[in-house]
Design a protein around this ligand. Structure first.
Ligand SMILES: [Zn+2]
Length: 481
């Protein structure tokens, strides 16, 4: 394969390209769904192919193909990429400059203990069915669900600057949920989070660690109790966010907002641009001094991690928001000149058939000094919200509204009861500016979001987020749908 890839990029140069990179990827996935104790689906997917990207006179061209194992086909694919770049170059405004990077020859593989593809399907189905059975024992539970997802990918990257990088990835994830219907009201509880559970760069051991069976009875009990809970009041109060709710808050209001291609207008199709315009770089207060956000493509077990991104740039850890000040973007080689001229290794493609674009690797809210207990006891009146249920954010990542599956009312420093349909709304810098405290590293953990969409054609990518718990004051809660 290496010989074929090398031939293809050399051919691109001979056709007039100034630069070329090529990615070969072999991807396998297994996805299992169980509903009410019945198998809903067992999907296996495999694909492999190559994507070649070329630069001609400051404009990109890209083409992909399921294989290159045929000299006629190779020539056709490379020519298509070069022709596209040459055609694009005729349009004014193309002046792509690639940030410098180190050329490397390297191999890397993610770590895991148990290869999830060797675990028998029966064992996986039995786990999910048992969870459904446990949840359905509680009277009032109408629907039970469970799902498991596994992926593995081998990626080979090569470019005309001399890099040759082989990387292997194994990821595992899943979750369970249940629903209850009463008097026209639907309630849902999920573990460890809604929207297909939690995911790590790990093997089947991660599924065992999550211990779904242990949590199943609690979910069922809570979903039924939610019907009797008080409705989320409509007022301004403190909120504490944790788990997948804080993950989504970070993802939507920070992660997407700091993608430099959105800021430059390279990408505006799927979910808009960003309020963090270039003039705000190192000149804008994003949040309170408690707010420290980083991008870190090197985090152990996070699903956005790699040793190198899809441009062959080493993944890094860098500040996005430091002590509340906006200090950094997520960047690619062709956008880095608008910040400090150095890519931070955040250019990724969904598959061999996609062109790499600026993406989150892993975006974390760094831990603070408090404990969850201290955040609660210091709250006079507020709601503690966890698993996400709904979200909406405008196309500049400015104004948002989120809903959680369950809230816990806090009065005079104590949890006093359950709140149903909790929602809150805010404006990004105002909301983060009201961040009063963040729980410490003892309560910090890595979450995985397997379904981040961006681009046109849309690319769905896997992103990691590390969070603990955070408290925000004077937040408008109980907003109507
Ligand atoms: Zn996203």
């Amino acid at each position: 394969m290496k010989i074929l890839l090398k031939k293809a990029i050399d051919l691109a140069l001979s056709m007039g390209a100034d630069y070329a990179d090529i990615r070969y990827s072999k991807f396998d996935s297994e996805s299992i769904s169980v509903k009410n104790g019945q198998v809903q689906g067992v999907d296996y997917h495999s694909d492999y192919g190559v994507g070649i990207r070329v630069l001609c006179g400051g404009a990109w061209g890209f083409a992909s193909n399921p294989d290159l194992d045929d000299s006629v086909r190779m020539e056709t694919v490379v020519k298509r990429a070069v022709d596209l770049a040459k055609a694009s170059n005729k349009v004014s405004g193309n002046n792509i400059e690639l940030a410098k990077k180190e050329s490397v020859e390297d191999e890397w593989a993610s770590k895991f203990e148990v290869d999830p593809f060797t675990v028998p399907l029966e064992e996986k189905l039995e786990l999910l069915m048992k969870c459904c059975e446990e949840m359905s024992k509680v009277s009032g539970v109408a629907i039970t669900n469970g799902g498991l997802d596994f992926i593995r990918e081998d990626r080979l990257y090569m470019d005309t600057e001399g890099s040759e990088i082989s990387q292997k990835f194994v990821q595992s994830g899943g979750g369970i949920s249940c629903m209850s219907l009463l008097g026209g009201e639907v309630q849902q509880r999920s573990y460890p989070s809604a929207h297909r559970g939690n995911h790590n760069m790990a093997g089947y051991e991660f599924i065992k660690e999550m211990d779904f069976l242990q949590e199943a009875p609690r979910l069922a009990k809570e979903v039924v109790e939610l019907h009797k809970a008080i409705l989320c009041p409509t007022e301004k109060m403190d909120i504490i966010l944790g788990g997948s709710q804080l993950v989504l808050q970070v993802h939507e209001s920070c992660g997407h907002a700091v993608e430099l291609d959105r800021v430059l207008g390279y990408e505006a199709n799927f979910a808009g641009t960003s309020f963090l315009t270039l003039d705000k770089w190192k000149n804008y207060t994003y949040g309170s001094k408690k707010v420290n956000l980083v991008q870190d493509g090197t985090t152990t077990r996070a699903i956005g991690s790699a040793k190198y991104d899809d441009e062959g740039v080493a993944c890094t850890k860098s500040d996005l928001v430091k002590d509340g000040e906006f200090v950094g973007y997520l960047k690619s080689r062709d956008s880095a000149k608008f910040e400090n001229g150095v890519s931070n290794g955040a250019c990724r493609a969904q598959g061999w058939y996609n062109v790499p674009i600026v993406r989150m690797t892993n975006v974390h809210l760094l831990p603070g000094n408090e404990t969850l207990d201290e955040l609660i006891t210091s709250t006079k009146r507020g709601i503690f919200m966890c698993e996400n249920r709904s979200w909406s954010i405008d196309d500049k990542r400015w104004n948002f509204q989120f809903g959680s599956e369950l809230g816990w009312m806090i009065e005079n420093g104590k949890i006093t009861g359950m709140v149903k349909n909790p929602t809150y709304t805010g404006i990004t810098p105002e909301f983060w500016g009201n961040c009063e405290g963040v729980a410490s590293k003892d309560e910090w953990k890595v979450w995985g979001t397997p379904n981040c969409g961006k681009g046109q054609p849309m690319q769905v990518i896997r992103v990691g987020h590390g969070v603990s718990y955070a408290k925000f004051k004077d937040v408008k809660v109980g907003v109507s749908k």
